[in-house]
Design a protein around this ligand. Structure first.
Ligand code: ADP
Ligand code: MG
Length: 245
Protein backbone atom coordinates (compact mmCIF):
# COMPACT_ATOMS: atom_id res chain seq x y z
CA UNK A 1 0.00 0.00 0.00
CA UNK A 2 1.17 3.50 -0.84
CA UNK A 3 1.14 6.39 1.58
CA UNK A 4 -0.64 8.84 -0.66
CA UNK A 5 -3.52 10.45 1.18
CA UNK A 6 -6.80 10.53 -0.70
CA UNK A 7 -8.68 12.21 2.15
CA UNK A 8 -7.47 13.97 5.21
CA UNK A 9 -10.01 15.24 7.68
CA UNK A 10 -8.84 17.74 10.29
CA UNK A 11 -10.84 18.68 13.39
CA UNK A 12 -14.07 17.99 11.54
CA UNK A 13 -17.24 18.91 13.40
CA UNK A 14 -20.76 19.02 12.09
CA UNK A 15 -23.90 20.17 13.86
CA UNK A 16 -27.48 20.33 12.71
CA UNK A 17 -28.84 23.15 14.83
CA UNK A 18 -28.05 22.19 18.40
CA UNK A 19 -27.39 18.56 17.53
CA UNK A 20 -23.66 17.86 17.43
CA UNK A 21 -23.36 14.98 14.98
CA UNK A 22 -19.61 14.88 14.32
CA UNK A 23 -17.22 15.84 17.08
CA UNK A 24 -13.75 16.92 16.10
CA UNK A 25 -12.82 14.00 13.86
CA UNK A 26 -9.26 13.58 12.62
CA UNK A 27 -8.75 10.81 10.07
CA UNK A 28 -7.02 9.99 6.80
CA UNK A 29 -7.89 7.60 4.00
CA UNK A 30 -4.98 6.34 1.92
CA UNK A 31 -4.79 5.38 -1.73
CA UNK A 32 -6.00 1.82 -2.49
CA UNK A 33 -7.31 1.39 1.04
CA UNK A 34 -10.65 -0.27 1.69
CA UNK A 35 -12.13 1.27 4.82
CA UNK A 36 -15.43 0.11 6.29
CA UNK A 37 -17.35 2.31 8.69
CA UNK A 38 -19.58 0.49 11.15
CA UNK A 39 -21.56 1.67 14.14
CA UNK A 40 -25.03 2.19 15.54
CA UNK A 41 -27.75 4.01 13.68
CA UNK A 42 -27.52 7.77 14.23
CA UNK A 43 -23.83 7.69 15.15
CA UNK A 44 -22.90 10.00 12.26
CA UNK A 45 -21.66 7.52 9.63
CA UNK A 46 -23.61 9.00 6.73
CA UNK A 47 -22.84 12.54 7.80
CA UNK A 48 -19.13 11.72 7.94
CA UNK A 49 -19.24 10.18 4.45
CA UNK A 50 -21.20 13.14 3.09
CA UNK A 51 -18.67 15.56 4.55
CA UNK A 52 -15.93 13.81 2.54
CA UNK A 53 -17.42 15.06 -0.72
CA UNK A 54 -18.93 18.18 0.80
CA UNK A 55 -22.53 17.06 0.34
CA UNK A 56 -22.60 18.26 3.93
CA UNK A 57 -20.66 21.39 4.78
CA UNK A 58 -18.54 20.99 7.92
CA UNK A 59 -19.51 23.30 10.78
CA UNK A 60 -15.80 23.54 11.54
CA UNK A 61 -12.63 21.82 10.50
CA UNK A 62 -11.21 20.96 7.11
CA UNK A 63 -11.47 18.24 4.49
CA UNK A 64 -8.54 17.70 2.16
CA UNK A 65 -8.95 15.66 -1.02
CA UNK A 66 -5.63 14.75 -2.63
CA UNK A 67 -3.98 17.58 -0.68
CA UNK A 68 -6.50 20.22 -1.75
CA UNK A 69 -8.64 21.84 0.94
CA UNK A 70 -12.05 21.19 -0.62
CA UNK A 71 -13.81 22.69 2.39
CA UNK A 72 -12.32 26.07 1.44
CA UNK A 73 -15.16 28.38 0.48
CA UNK A 74 -13.49 29.54 -2.74
CA UNK A 75 -13.15 25.97 -4.11
CA UNK A 76 -15.20 24.91 -7.13
CA UNK A 77 -16.36 21.65 -5.61
CA UNK A 78 -17.81 20.09 -8.78
CA UNK A 79 -14.36 19.66 -10.29
CA UNK A 80 -13.29 17.56 -7.29
CA UNK A 81 -16.59 15.78 -6.85
CA UNK A 82 -16.12 14.27 -10.31
CA UNK A 83 -13.24 12.30 -8.83
CA UNK A 84 -15.28 11.09 -5.87
CA UNK A 85 -17.87 8.48 -6.83
CA UNK A 86 -20.77 7.95 -4.47
CA UNK A 87 -23.37 5.23 -4.21
CA UNK A 88 -26.31 5.54 -1.84
CA UNK A 89 -28.72 3.13 -0.26
CA UNK A 90 -31.45 4.23 -2.66
CA UNK A 91 -30.61 3.37 -6.25
CA UNK A 92 -29.42 6.58 -7.85
CA UNK A 93 -30.29 6.07 -11.50
CA UNK A 94 -32.22 8.14 -14.04
CA UNK A 95 -35.52 6.31 -14.66
CA UNK A 96 -36.15 8.02 -18.02
CA UNK A 97 -32.80 6.93 -19.51
CA UNK A 98 -31.73 3.49 -20.67
CA UNK A 99 -29.04 1.61 -18.81
CA UNK A 100 -26.46 2.66 -21.40
CA UNK A 101 -27.58 6.31 -21.38
CA UNK A 102 -27.44 6.34 -17.58
CA UNK A 103 -23.74 5.53 -17.81
CA UNK A 104 -22.68 7.75 -20.71
CA UNK A 105 -24.63 10.90 -19.82
CA UNK A 106 -22.40 12.43 -17.16
CA UNK A 107 -19.00 11.67 -18.76
CA UNK A 108 -20.22 13.27 -22.00
CA UNK A 109 -21.82 16.30 -20.32
CA UNK A 110 -19.34 17.00 -17.56
CA UNK A 111 -16.06 15.58 -18.77
CA UNK A 112 -16.56 16.24 -22.47
CA UNK A 113 -15.74 12.63 -23.31
CA UNK A 114 -16.77 11.78 -26.90
CA UNK A 115 -19.98 9.78 -27.21
CA UNK A 116 -18.07 6.96 -28.87
CA UNK A 117 -15.50 6.72 -26.06
CA UNK A 118 -18.19 6.98 -23.40
CA UNK A 119 -20.11 4.15 -25.05
CA UNK A 120 -17.04 1.93 -25.28
CA UNK A 121 -16.22 2.56 -21.63
CA UNK A 122 -19.84 1.84 -20.69
CA UNK A 123 -19.76 -1.48 -22.56
CA UNK A 124 -16.67 -2.54 -20.64
CA UNK A 125 -18.25 -1.57 -17.32
CA UNK A 126 -21.52 -3.30 -18.12
CA UNK A 127 -19.68 -6.50 -18.97
CA UNK A 128 -17.77 -6.25 -15.72
CA UNK A 129 -20.96 -6.23 -13.64
CA UNK A 130 -22.98 -8.61 -15.80
CA UNK A 131 -25.41 -6.03 -17.19
CA UNK A 132 -24.31 -5.90 -20.82
CA UNK A 133 -27.46 -7.67 -21.96
CA UNK A 134 -29.55 -5.03 -20.21
CA UNK A 135 -27.91 -2.03 -21.90
CA UNK A 136 -31.05 -0.91 -23.76
CA UNK A 137 -33.51 -1.53 -20.93
CA UNK A 138 -34.97 1.17 -18.71
CA UNK A 139 -34.22 0.94 -14.97
CA UNK A 140 -37.87 0.20 -14.15
CA UNK A 141 -37.29 -3.18 -15.78
CA UNK A 142 -34.32 -3.99 -13.53
CA UNK A 143 -34.29 -5.74 -10.17
CA UNK A 144 -33.00 -3.86 -7.10
CA UNK A 145 -29.66 -5.64 -7.35
CA UNK A 146 -29.33 -4.77 -11.03
CA UNK A 147 -30.25 -1.14 -10.35
CA UNK A 148 -27.61 -0.92 -7.65
CA UNK A 149 -24.99 -2.46 -9.95
CA UNK A 150 -26.00 0.16 -12.51
CA UNK A 151 -25.61 2.91 -9.90
CA UNK A 152 -22.11 1.61 -9.21
CA UNK A 153 -20.99 1.56 -12.84
CA UNK A 154 -22.59 4.95 -13.41
CA UNK A 155 -20.28 6.31 -10.73
CA UNK A 156 -17.30 4.35 -12.11
CA UNK A 157 -17.85 5.78 -15.60
CA UNK A 158 -16.47 9.09 -14.32
CA UNK A 159 -13.22 7.27 -13.50
CA UNK A 160 -13.18 8.46 -9.91
CA UNK A 161 -10.13 8.21 -7.65
CA UNK A 162 -12.24 6.99 -4.74
CA UNK A 163 -15.65 5.42 -4.25
CA UNK A 164 -17.90 6.18 -1.28
CA UNK A 165 -20.71 3.75 -0.49
CA UNK A 166 -23.45 4.46 2.05
CA UNK A 167 -25.17 1.20 2.98
CA UNK A 168 -25.35 0.08 -0.65
CA UNK A 169 -27.18 -3.15 0.16
CA UNK A 170 -29.57 -2.01 2.90
CA UNK A 171 -32.50 -1.45 0.56
CA UNK A 172 -32.05 -4.76 -1.25
CA UNK A 173 -33.96 -8.00 -0.90
CA UNK A 174 -31.67 -10.51 0.80
CA UNK A 175 -31.10 -12.60 -2.33
CA UNK A 176 -29.68 -9.57 -4.14
CA UNK A 177 -27.21 -8.48 -1.51
CA UNK A 178 -24.53 -10.90 -2.64
CA UNK A 179 -24.44 -9.82 -6.29
CA UNK A 180 -23.85 -6.21 -5.24
CA UNK A 181 -21.23 -7.10 -2.62
CA UNK A 182 -19.42 -9.18 -5.27
CA UNK A 183 -19.14 -6.12 -7.50
CA UNK A 184 -17.73 -4.08 -4.62
CA UNK A 185 -15.33 -6.91 -3.76
CA UNK A 186 -14.02 -6.95 -7.35
CA UNK A 187 -13.60 -3.21 -7.17
CA UNK A 188 -11.64 -3.58 -3.95
CA UNK A 189 -9.35 -6.13 -5.66
CA UNK A 190 -8.75 -3.68 -8.50
CA UNK A 191 -7.06 -1.33 -6.01
CA UNK A 192 -9.82 1.25 -5.98
CA UNK A 193 -9.84 3.37 -2.83
CA UNK A 194 -13.12 2.62 -1.08
CA UNK A 195 -14.90 4.00 1.95
CA UNK A 196 -18.05 2.09 2.75
CA UNK A 197 -20.67 2.31 5.46
CA UNK A 198 -22.14 -1.12 5.88
CA UNK A 199 -24.02 -3.42 8.21
CA UNK A 200 -22.67 -6.47 6.38
CA UNK A 201 -20.13 -7.57 8.98
CA UNK A 202 -18.95 -10.65 7.08
CA UNK A 203 -18.25 -8.51 4.05
CA UNK A 204 -16.52 -5.85 6.18
CA UNK A 205 -14.25 -8.47 7.70
CA UNK A 206 -13.39 -9.96 4.33
CA UNK A 207 -12.65 -6.86 2.25
CA UNK A 208 -11.48 -4.17 4.67
CA UNK A 209 -7.96 -3.06 5.31
CA UNK A 210 -9.31 -1.02 8.19
CA UNK A 211 -12.54 -0.78 10.14
CA UNK A 212 -13.70 2.44 11.76
CA UNK A 213 -16.24 2.05 14.54
CA UNK A 214 -18.28 5.22 14.94
CA UNK A 215 -20.30 6.03 18.02
CA UNK A 216 -21.97 9.31 18.97
CA UNK A 217 -20.07 11.41 16.48
CA UNK A 218 -16.57 10.12 17.07
CA UNK A 219 -14.45 7.29 15.72
CA UNK A 220 -14.48 5.41 18.98
CA UNK A 221 -12.20 2.60 17.82
CA UNK A 222 -10.42 1.51 14.68
CA UNK A 223 -8.20 -1.29 13.53
CA UNK A 224 -7.80 -4.23 11.20
CA UNK A 225 -10.84 -6.49 10.82
CA UNK A 226 -9.22 -9.01 13.13
CA UNK A 227 -8.50 -6.37 15.78
CA UNK A 228 -12.05 -5.04 15.69
CA UNK A 229 -13.97 -8.29 15.34
CA UNK A 230 -11.80 -10.68 17.33
CA UNK A 231 -10.42 -8.41 19.98
CA UNK A 232 -12.40 -5.16 20.33
CA UNK A 233 -11.16 -2.93 23.13
CA UNK A 234 -13.83 -0.27 23.45
CA UNK A 235 -16.88 -1.10 25.55
CA UNK A 236 -19.20 0.40 22.95
CA UNK A 237 -17.61 -1.63 20.15
CA UNK A 238 -18.07 -4.79 22.19
CA UNK A 239 -21.69 -3.89 22.91
CA UNK A 240 -22.40 -3.06 19.25
CA UNK A 241 -20.78 -6.21 17.90
CA UNK A 242 -22.64 -8.24 20.50
CA UNK A 243 -25.88 -7.03 18.94
CA UNK A 244 -25.01 -7.42 15.28
CA UNK A 245 -22.82 -10.52 15.09
P1 ADP B 1 -25.91 7.18 10.67
O1 ADP B 1 -25.61 7.22 9.21
O2 ADP B 1 -24.78 6.69 11.50
O3 ADP B 1 -27.17 6.43 10.98
P2 ADP B 1 -26.41 10.01 10.33
O4 ADP B 1 -25.12 10.62 9.95
O5 ADP B 1 -27.39 9.78 9.24
O6 ADP B 1 -26.15 8.68 11.16
O7 ADP B 1 -27.14 10.93 11.40
C1 ADP B 1 -26.55 11.31 12.61
C2 ADP B 1 -27.50 12.21 13.35
O8 ADP B 1 -27.68 13.42 12.62
C3 ADP B 1 -28.89 11.64 13.53
O9 ADP B 1 -29.35 12.02 14.81
C4 ADP B 1 -29.69 12.29 12.45
O10 ADP B 1 -31.04 12.39 12.79
C5 ADP B 1 -29.04 13.65 12.34
N1 ADP B 1 -29.12 14.24 11.00
C6 ADP B 1 -28.57 13.74 9.88
N2 ADP B 1 -28.80 14.53 8.82
C7 ADP B 1 -29.52 15.58 9.28
C8 ADP B 1 -30.06 16.76 8.67
N3 ADP B 1 -29.89 17.02 7.37
N4 ADP B 1 -30.73 17.61 9.47
C9 ADP B 1 -30.88 17.36 10.80
N5 ADP B 1 -30.39 16.28 11.43
C10 ADP B 1 -29.73 15.40 10.69
MG1 MG C 1 -26.57 6.37 7.59
Amino acid sequence: MTCKKIFEVKDLSKSFGKLEVLKNINESIYEAEVVCIIGPSGSGKSTFLRCLNLLEKPTSGKVFFEDVDISDKSIKINKYRQKIGMVFQSFNVFPHLTVLENITLTPVLEKKVSKEDAKNDAFELLKRVGLFDKRDEYPTRLSGGQKQRLAIVRALAMKPDVMLFDEPTSALDPEMVKEVLEVIKDLAKSNMTIVIVTHEMGFAREVSDRILFMDEGIIAEQGTPSEIFDNPQNERTIEFLGKVL
